[in-house]
Design a protein around this ligand. Structure first.
Ligand code: ZN
Length: 46
C-alpha cells in the first residue's frame, strides 16, 4: 500500500494503528512513538 503524499509513517506503540508524519513532529519524528497524546498517555494499554 502506497500513500499519495509519500509522508513517512509509523505504527503507534499504543493502539497499533499506522499514522503519518505531521508538521508538529518535524523536530522529533525519530522520537515519536504514538499517534496522539491520548495514546502517549495510554502507553502499554490495549
Ligand atoms: Zn495510537
Amino acid at each position: 500500500m502506497r500513500r499519495k503524499g509519500d509522508l513517512p509513517t509509523k505504527v503507534c506503540a499504543a493502539c497499533g494503528l499506522d499514522f503519518a508524519w505531521r508538521k508538529k513532529w518535524a523536530r522529533d519524528w525519530d522520537a515519536v512513538k504514538y499517534c496522539s497524546e491520548r495514546c502517549r498517555r495510554n502507553k502499554g494499554g490495549a
